[in-house]
Design a protein around this ligand. Structure first.
Ligand code: UN1
Length: 511
């Protein structure tokens, strides 16, 4: 464990590590073993209040620095993330349970994001825009919004904080960050990296804790932008609260009930591979994971038999083991939710094809009996717009096979019948089907002949419909953390107006 958590992990507010105002502490536990990893002070609304004040005070000084000087701080973080990828990847795996290649990939994705944001400081910002008047120069400029509140989830405990914070800081904003309560150790190490890199006091603040601390960020009017990645339930509340408030900006990315369409022209090797990756990687706990496989009747039998064989066999085990494909789910509430939805699918008439929901004792690795273990649960069901099991997000390895007849429009009608719209994939060798799907699938991210997971940081990442608003990530986060100014300069000595507007000032004495 890193040096700060030998005792109880603290917050980082106004350039200092602090236990904060509250009395309570909370534990981080390893989802694979149930063992405690460390204790952390639980942040209070008062701690958030102090952090926001510090961020507000630090803003003027930070924004006055050049882009390139601000980015220098981030370059140090980039190097530390690279140098410590294996170490921090193992912490990710221990704290959120995803298998070790995913733990490392989380850190790699984080430094890719930092690289993009810091590198962008040397790229052109804004545009030069022509004016109707030859003597005028017009520009589109950006300026930072001020204090940005970042609320991040446990499933990408290093990458997503940097989706939020890297561009935000380079653009000249200051930050108040609340890491997920399930992954405070990762939060602690990220904060230590910021401190090591020399981020000035108040520019970056971290408050550990739960929803009450997150809510204090949302409620504080001095927070100019709230970035949130997490559950639809919380995201919709934040959206409802801030959506109508002038002057406060929000970008939200929530989950999905993501689907993969496998057409009659699909390559079956690709289809099975894409579906297994999308449904079971991260034990189904990505917001882009797929819980619906919509398969044409011409290939349904073959797909079902191959997918089921792999789902029966896929390696669930110690997430630190290199041969593990699926680790545990993050906590007991996630296990319960998964079972609840498996029961619901049965009640709604699903035909269960794979039921590894409760792993056999011998499948649970030795010494891991107190982990939160589940395995794949796969069923087939006739499409019906009223079925909850194919409309509500489970966030686990709970997968529906839905057979369709007809053409790509019929697949799309099923695919788009969800309130969500985050990620999707189509598997087909027919470019017309692919292009039709590209143009009509109601999602923010889509793939052809690929899994629907694994987006790279230089792409916008966000959903449509109930999956999100804006993109609290990567390149596009810039829209939420900056304001655009249209700036026009007159190079002439007289005033000339566009649109043929008269610039003459007439007075009563003119005749
Ligand atoms: C998430 O699903 O919560 O596209 C984030 C991906 C990753 C990020 C996923 N780059 O799968």
């Amino acid at each position: 464990m890193s040096q700060q958590t030998q005792d109880t992990g603290r917050h980082y507010i106004d350039g200092e590590w602090t236990a904060g105002a509250g009395e309570e502490t909370f534990e981080s536990t390893n989802p694979a073993t149930g063992r405690q990893l460390g204790a952390f002070h639980r942040g209070t609304p008062g701690d958030v209040e102090r952090a926001v004040s510090a961020a507000e005070t630090a803003f003027e000084g930070w924004r006055a620095m050049s882009y390139i000087d601000r980015a220098e701080v981030l370059w140090d973080v980039y190097h530390e993330l690279r140098d410590r990828t294996d170490e921090l990847g193992a912490v990710v795996t221990k704290e959120c349970g995803k298998e070790i290649s995913e733990g490392r990939a989380d850190v790699v994705e984080a430094y890719h994001m930092v690289e993009w944001a810091a590198g962008n400081s040397r790229h052109p910002h804004g545009d030069v825009i022509p004016s109707e008047i030859a003597s005028k120069d017009a520009y589109m400029r950006r300026r930072p919004r001020g204090v940005v509140g970042c609320i991040t989830p446990w499933n990408f405990p290093v990458a997503i904080p940097f989706w939020h914070m890297a561009v935000t800081l380079v653009e000249g904003n200051t930050v108040v960050w609340k890491p997920a309560e399930q992954t405070p150790w990762c939060g602690q190490i990220v904060a230590e990296m910021m401190v090591d890199a020399g981020v000035p006091p108040g520019v970056f603040n971290m408050v550990q804790g739960f929803g009450d601390a997150g809510n204090a960020i949302v409620e504080d009017d001095r927070v100019d932008t709230v970035l949130f990645t997490g559950s639809a339930e919380v995201g919709h509340e934040i959206g409802a609260k801030l959506g109508g408030e002038p002057g406060r900006e929000v970008a939200l990315e929530m989950g999905g009930k993501n689907g993969i369409v496998i057409t009659e022209h699909a390559d079956m090797d690709l289809a099975v591979h894409a579906a297994v990756m999308s449904s079971f990687k991260t034990t189904g706990q990505r917001c882009v994971s797929s819980e619906r496989l919509i398969v044409h009747s011409d290939v349904y039998e073959e797909f079902r038999s191959r997918f089921v064989d792999l789902a029966e066999d896929v390696a669930v085990g110690d997430p630190l083991g290199e041969d593990t494909f699926m680790g545990p789910v993050v906590d007991e509430s996630q296990v319960e939710k998964f079972h609840r939805y498996n029961d619901l699918a049965r009640e709604e008439g699903a035909d269960v094809l794979v039921d590894r929901a409760e792993l056999d004792d011998e499948e649970v690795p030795d010494g891991h009996e107190d982990g939160h273990w589940v395995g794949p649960f796969v069923y087939e069901v006739d499409y019906d717009p009223h079925l909850r099991c194919i409309h509500e997000e489970v966030f686990g390895p709970h997968v529906a096979l839905i057979e369709y007849d007809g053409d790509i429009e019929d697949a799309l009608a099923i695919h788009n019948d969800t309130r969500y719209g985050l990620a999707a994939a189509i598997v087909s060798e027919d470019y017309r089907q692919i292009n039709h799907f590209r143009d009509h699938a109601e999602v923010g991210l889509a793939y052809a002949n690929l899994p629907c997971i694994g987006a790279e940081v230089q792409l916008p990442f966000g959903g449509v419909k109930k999956s999100g608003k804006g993109a609290p990530s990567a390149r596009e986060v810039i829209e939420a953390v900056t304001e655009r100014t249209a700036w026009t300069v007159n190079n002439a000595e007289d005033v000339q107006m566009a649109q043929g507007l008269s610039a003459e000032i007439t007075t009563g004495s003119d005749d």
